[in-house]
Design a protein around this ligand. Sequence first.
Ligand code: NDP
Length: 338
Amino acid sequence: MSNPGSYPLPDRFDAVLAEQDAEGYRCRFAPVALSDLPDRDVLVEVRYSSLNYKDALAVTGRGKIIRQSPMVLGIDLAGRVVSSGSSRFRPGDAVVVTGQGLSETEWGGYSPWQRVRAESLIPLPPAFSLAQAMGIGTAGVTAMLSVMALERYGLAPTPRPMVVTGAGGGVGSMAVALLARLGYPVAAVTGRAALHDYLTQLGARQVLDRSALAQASPALGNERWAGGIDSVGGKTLAYLLAHTAAHGAVAACGLAGGADLPVTVFPFILRSVGLLGISSSSTPAAAQTQVWRRLARDLPASVVDSISRVEPLSRIFELAEEILAGGVRGRIILDVRA
Ligand code: NDP
């Protein structure tokens, strides 16, 4: 087996492993043998992973993410192919996986080595480095899937703003940057006044306080927005729908503020407003390849750098608490070898 990376193939290495006991899943750094990795066709030398809200739910055991034990966590990974049983990939190829069951039913990216199904892998677009790929990660793929869904619904830039909630977070930051670069006027909604300059630099024309939207909404309000991307859910999503202009649409991708949806049918039957569901993890890799092409075209690598920061995987437990508390700005890239 050839090894194009700078690290020799070890017999054992540490990974973030979750194991089930009587009280649920317990998660820790634990030694894993190369021979323990699942029987999948591509061995990847993982260089970076990332921290998503969903990762934090898995790491802390607060969300039902993990479906089998033991499980190596991390829903994203980027690295280089070491060996491949698939003719689609050769040793040395730079590859990325976002979602595709990682950390649920497939071992994930919080490990310096991983075996992955070839059909889950996407060749890394040359526009991005391995670290930048994880600066994008599931959050960036989700933001771009949302943009593409809005485009399919017929939306294009107009003077009426597009609204992005959870704008200081990973999906939100990516959505603000993408929409702004595509020419949409963006209203960014955040609970953190300190992020005003950051969001303006990403391209937001307006920054709104999230408390104004997280309240009981009339069945229909004034037509404030052409559409939006929502990672918050609950009353906020209901407020967005009630204030979306006729023939507009909202892409719903998250539940950072709640999983309920207290709406009436009026936005749908009186304004033809669309509610578009987004699920990145269930988007097949072939469709994700189109998403990565769009990201390479529409999202400058320098913008990814301005949204993300690199942290060592060794800090995963404290970072997981930080993101669940809503305290992380943008994206965290995890260096799995630090
Ligand atoms: P982040 O934690 O990075 O961002 C979430 C943001 O939401 C926070 O930064 C904060 O933004 C805002 N927020 C947090 N708590 C609340 C609250 N109680 N009420 C209102 N706003 C709140 O997470 P991600 O960007 O990784 O994920 C965002 C959501 O999208 C999650 O629910 C996640 O599960 C979901 N998701 C869904 C995907 C899909 O495929 N459907 C894929 C990826 C994520 P601010 O401080 O600016 O207000």
